[in-house]
Ligand binder design. Structure first.
Ligand SMILES: [Zn+2]
Length: 552
């Protein structure tokens, strides 16, 4: 599928527009149009319904409890000190000294072309290893690696993309032998290689320096250090700082989860790939709190539940790849993370839709330390069960008797957290990519968006076959009945075939057509989007039929 076709359909039919487009847009920001907002709302509602109100039974068949919150976007800045975002939420960046363009250091790749006869790429890579530890390069091969004849700077998301670089015929002629290419992201490239700008090709790049990705603002009238605040870079922290509030107000017991859907902001250096990497985006996150001893069980539960959810909503499983992160990729606090990735048409490598992370007790411990508030959980049931055997009636009295720390932590501890964190915009984009299809109906080409009926922005169109013989009146009456319950569309203009095509292109799963037979026997046709098959049903059964089909 061609990404340009999808972007153009999104614009033409009102799914997604560039933000503030009449002023030339703003890089990394997007607006959802009339159909886009319905689609994205359906996605958020499906998540809330399936994860918060009706999550699947737990690993042992037990009920799973999830409670919702909706927190402020701007929080006390101490939150971001505790979470590590103020000091750690930064990507090393490099700037071009000439054209001033800024790049993420790890997204700049250097392709060095080495002129050396009779050596293999492996030999040359071994020399690169040596160059890392010693600055000197003895021998001709080492010399050739330390100062290659040609080093081309590239901007690329990963090795796969960087590997597509090839030399022109003229460039190849400058080499005596067929050159061997060595490819490194900037931070790992030998220090002796020239570091030029991938954009203008001329300017030198600065040393990498950190750049915080949080949007900064000021609260109140004074714009000074004391009034600095940030737009939240994730929704998770709002949940952690409300852990005690939810626990105390809802009288829930471990394990349970807290869920939030909301906007988050990251000042991405290089927003790209349509809405995939935006500066303003919406997250759907759960923090699931559990006993440390049960955390791996719940980690596996959420990993499987979340993958299954995407499949159920029509994402074909071969494009959906759960990938356990390697040790070097894990955030410092994470015991394990699975990325649920999707193969978007804009890349050969699957891209992250969702991360399911085992965060241990990192977040609550940090907030306990920074806020000075006790965020531990007391397992009353376990204490009630064991207290007689321990010979105490009061937990406090027992703690005063100095039992071993591990003993105390059986009853009072900082819960461990499993975090399934999904991107609403990313999933919306995946749904759009997955739905886009072109086929032929009766010798005529059509574009059809094969949305899952639950996610489709418009559930049904109501169409009078012609504008006479009482058909519009009957059609309007049906439309008015259906729209009380469903997003439906009324269309009486143009040939019926063209009206069907217009609905196919926006993914409307069903069309109800009122024709000459309706006046005779009270039936209408129900046309199915995917195979264009039509059946007749009583007009009185239309709402029931639609309800049933959307739910299944
Ligand atoms: Zn430049």
């Amino acid at each position: 599928m061609d990404m340009d076709k999808l972007v153009s359909l999104c614009k033409r039919r009102g799914f997604i527009f560039p933000s503030s487009e009449i002023y030339g847009g703003l890089n990394g920001f997007w607006d959802y149009g009339p159909l886009g907002v319905e689609l994205k709302n359906n996605i958020k509602q499906a998540w809330w319904q399936d994860m918060v109100r009706n999550p699947p039974p737990g690993p042992d068949g037990e009920e799973v409890v999830i409670l919702g919150v909706d927190c402020a976007i701007i929080m006390n800045p101490r939150v971001w000190e505790a979470s590590g975002h103020v000091s750690g939420f930064a990507d090393p960046m490099v700037d071009c000294k000439k054209c001033r363009k800024r790049f993420r250091a790890d997204k700049v790749w250097l392709a060095a072309y080495v002129d050396a006869e009779g050596v293999s790429e492996a030999d040359l890579l071994a020399v690169v290893e040596q160059l890392r530890t010693s600055a000197t390069a003895a021998g001709t091969v080492s010399q050739a690696v330390a100062s290659p004849k040609l080093v081309v700077p590239l901007e690329a998301d990963g090795r796969d993309e960087a590997e597509r670089h090839t030399l022109s015929k003229t460039q190849q002629k400058a080499f005596k032998h067929k050159p061997i290419r060595l490819l490194f992201p900037l931070p790992q490239a030998p220090a002796s290689w020239p570091r030029k700008c991938p954009a203008c090709g001329e300017g030198d790049l600065t040393e990498p320096r950190s750049f915080n990705l949080m949007f900064k603002t000021f609260v109140g009238a004074l714009e000074d250090a004391s009034s600095v605040a940030y737009l939240r870079p994730e929704t998770a922290q709002g949940i952690f700082v409300n852990f005690k509030n939810v626990l105390d107000s809802s009288r829930v017991k471990l394990p349970f989860g807290i869920a939030q859907i909301g906007k988050a902001f990251r000042n991405e250096i290089n927003p790209r790939n349509f809405t995939f990497r935006s500066r303003e985006f919406e997250q759907m996150e759960i923090e699931f709190f559990c006993h440390p001893g049960e955390s791996m069980k719940w980690y596996r539960y959420w990993r499987d539940v979340r993958k299954e959810w995407y499949t159920r909503l029509g994402i074909r499983s071969e494009r959906l790849r759960p990938r356990e992160q390697g040790k070097d990729e894990l955030a410092h606090y994470s015991i394990g993370t699975t990325d649920i990735e999707y193969l978007f048409p804009f890349s050969n490598e699957p891209q992250e839709l969702e991360g399911v992370a085992h965060r241990g007790c990192f977040d609550l411990s940090q907030h306990q330390q920074f806020s000075g508030k006790d965020l531990s959980y007391f397992d009353e049931a376990a204490w009630e069960r064991d207290k007689a055997a321990l010979g105490f009636t009061s937990f406090k009295e027992w703690v005063k008797s100095n039992p071993p720390k591990e003993q105390v932590e059986k009853y009072q501890f900082i819960p461990h957290v499993i975090e399934p964190s999904a991107g609403a915009d990313r999933f919306t984009l995946a749904v759009l990519c997955e739905a886009y299809d072109e086929d032929e109906i009766g010798g005529e080409k059509r574009v059809v968006m094969r949305f899952h009926p639950r996610l489709a922005p418009i559930k049904a169109a109501v169409l009078p076959l012609v504008n006479k013989d009482g058909m519009p009146e009957r059609a309007l009456a049906l439309y008015r009945e259906l729209k009380r319950e469903f997003p439906v569309f009324y269309d009486d203009s143009g040939a019926i075939g063209r009206r069907y095509r217009r609905q196919d292109e926006i993914g409307t799963p069903y069309c109800f057509t009122i024709d000459g037979q309706t006046a005779e026997d009270g039936t209408i046709t129900l046309r199915n989007r995917d195979d264009c098959v039509q059946i007749r049903i009583p007009i009185a059964a239309a709402a029931d039929e639609l309800r049933k089909r959307i739910r299944d």
